[in-house]
Design a protein around this ligand. Structure first.
Ligand code: FO1
Length: 469
């Protein structure tokens, strides 16, 4: 999957940029005359060089104005409840970014502290002429962007590029969508325009390479939970992500369409950690999978549904619903029926440590929890069952949601991601789902049980593998 195409500066300029991928955040749009410091891409969600529309836009601007180009990442010591498992994965990817920037004559700066403090200072100290940032729909990254918009010098243009979605979020829909079926056509009808190949990020004609980063001091400033260690199976970075994608295409894609809900079949892409940290682009994954569309038509369609429609639906939900991680964010039919069953007895009613240490009566549930803790990811089908059992076994739906999000964000490599919030809200609060026959505790939220799992896959095999007896 390496980029064989010749990286020439010209193919960026002739490449017509989809205007609607970009939105202007500042009052000014022109770089002031005589500024020599260059253009900065403030990297956050999309931690990669190639296939990154935000960086491509920044390079195109720098080339047009004959200015240097630099990537800046602002490292915060604590990000929600991210642990060392997450930071090691993220920083591992950034080390590759640093090396690739050096090869491409692009500056790379790791600033230690929140962007609102570090970025305006960097811009002033280095006479930067323009800043481009990427896009995340969650409240903390959106606050960072808002703070930087206010903090930048007034004569520095600041633009945002959705480098994560194939159809930019604000192009797909301008409101909260209620199910995949209401957003699917809004997205698929625009793929002709947006699902294009990428130009390559070219070797920049001039500019100075940056000082080598002191990664040790970066680790030392972290204040995260260091008890959750890294996982073996997933190596961070763009190159590892490309290998993971290639293996999926050549070994697992064929069984994806009819075995993706079977936790004992190795049929999934396993790309979510790299997608979460932006170390590979969803668009790159779709472009590569579609090369196999002839021999694996059903699987390719199923993969596109998940990677394009479902993922963009998750960003849509988090962006347009400020209560994306609370029961206040579920639809009224779900809230009312969960509320009506609030007093139903929960037996058993587990404490957080019973769940976290996989000590319930349910061997399948325990095995799913052990998989999450050990491998940093839980099979997608099991995550639905896992979440719904937590609703059944905790004192209130609010408590259930809080603990599913807490456990998912603490152990899953792709935690703190719109997909994770939507997954938990689907399981507990039925978002993007329909109402089902009313029953205790669940109300009209879809119920899932052990027997249902036994009908779908070999539960004993999964339990044997993860030892959740
Ligand atoms: N984004 C940053 O700009 N700086 C950070 O130090 C940072 C740490 C971090 C740790 C765990 C994690 O899951 C995400 C983290 N992010 C950080 C945010 C990430 O770049 C995305 O913006 C969010 O995950 C939204 O998808």
């Amino acid at each position: 999957l390496q980029h064989q195409r010749l990286a020439t500066a010209s193919n960026i300029q002739e490449f017509s940029f989809k205007k609607k991928r970009v939105r202007i955040l500042s009052k000014v749009i022109d770089v002031r005359e005589g500024c020599r410091g260059g253009v900065v891409y403030w990297m956050s969600r999309d931690g990669r060089i190639q296939d990154n529309w935000a960086l491509l836009f920044a390079q195109r601007l720098a080339l047009k104005l004959d200015l240097p180009l630099a990537v800046v990442f602002c490292l915060v010591p604590k990000f929600l409840n991210a642990t060392l498992r997450h930071y090691k994965f993220m920083l591992g990817g950034l080390k590759e970014v640093e090396k690739e920037c050096r090869d491409l004559n692009i500056g790379f700066h790791l600033l230690l502290g929140p962007a609102r403090e570090e970025l305006p200072k960097f811009v002033r100290d280095n006479d930067i002429g323009a800043v481009i940032c990427d896009f995340a729909p969650l409240r903390v990254p959106r606050q960072w962007v808002e703070d930087v918009t206010k903090g930048l010098p007034k004569d520095v243009p600041f633009t945002q590029v959705d480098a994560h979605n194939i159809v930019p979020l604000w192009v797909a829909s301008d409101k909260q969508e209620y199910a995949a079926r209401t957003i699917r056509n809004k997205i698929n009808s625009k793929l002709g325009e947006y699902l294009t190949e990428f130009p390559v990020v070219a070797k920049h004609p001039h500019g100075k390479s940056s000082a080598k980063i002191n990664w040790t001091s970066a680790y030392e400033m972290l204040e995260c939970d260091k008890s959750v260690d890294e996982v073996e199976w997933a190596q961070p970075g763009y190159n590892a992500a490309c290998r993971q994608l290639y293996e999926f295409c050549t070994r697992r894609l064929g069984k994806f369409h009819n075995q993706r809900n079977n936790p004992t079949a190795d049929a999934l892409s396993g790309l979510s950690p790299w997608l979460h940290f932006g170390q590979i682009s969803a668009q790159r994954c779709v472009l590569e999978v579609k090369r196999y569309a002839k021999q694996h038509k059903a699987s390719t369609e199923a993969f596109c549904e998940e990677t394009i429609v479902r993922r963009e639906l998750a960003d849509n939900f988090c962006y347009y619903n400020e209560n994306y991680d609370s029961l206040k964010g579920v639809t009224s039919w779900a809230y009312q029926s969960l509320d009506a069953h609030r007093k139903d007895p929960r037996d058993p009613c587990y404490k957080l440590e019973d769940l976290e240490t996989a000590r319930t009566y349910d061997d399948l549930w325990n095995s799913a929890q052990l998989q999450l803790v050990k491998e940093g990811k839980m099979h997608g089908f099991l995550r639905m069952y896992w979440g719904k059992k937590i609703l059944e076994w905790t004192e209130s739906p609010e408590q259930a949601l809080e603990w599913t999000i807490l456990l998912n964000d603490k152990y899953s490599l792709d935690g703190r991601d719109p997909n994770g919030y939507v997954g938990c809200m689907w399981s507990i609060g039925g978002i993007h789902d329909t109402a089902w026959k009313e029953r205790p505790i669940f109300g009209k939220v879809r119920y899932m049980n052990y027997q249902g799992c036994k009908r779908k896959f070999d539960v004993n095999a999964f339990v044997a593998r993860y030892g959740g007896k």
